[in-house]
Design a protein around this ligand. Sequence first.
Ligand code: FES
Length: 118
Amino acid sequence: MTQNWIEVGLLEDIPYLGSRVVKTSGTDIAIFKTGTGAIFALEDKCPHKGGPLSQGIVHGKSVSCPLHNWNISLESGEALGADSGCSHIIATQIKGDKIFLEIPDLAKTTDKATGTDG
Ligand code: FES
């Protein structure tokens, strides 16, 4: 399966400590910006019971799931602390002020980034 780098928006489109969602034919992808401006992307699906991580609270390099408060690493997608499980991470690339995601062929984007503020 080949990979495609797809432009999904501008850095300024995502608030600090916030997120945006990119819809694909395969799954929704949550793009997060930390308090220091680092960008990460995960499948928008908590490893516990599928909660929408894009609606969680970003702190440090992790996000707290809005459903049952598991903390998920934005770097590895893994549940932190006593919890176990992993959300799929999506590679990101920044070129200038644009954000690109490495999306598999089978999951074409259907939308630009949308979502809620931090
Ligand atoms: S669904 Fe995310 S913590 Fe339960």
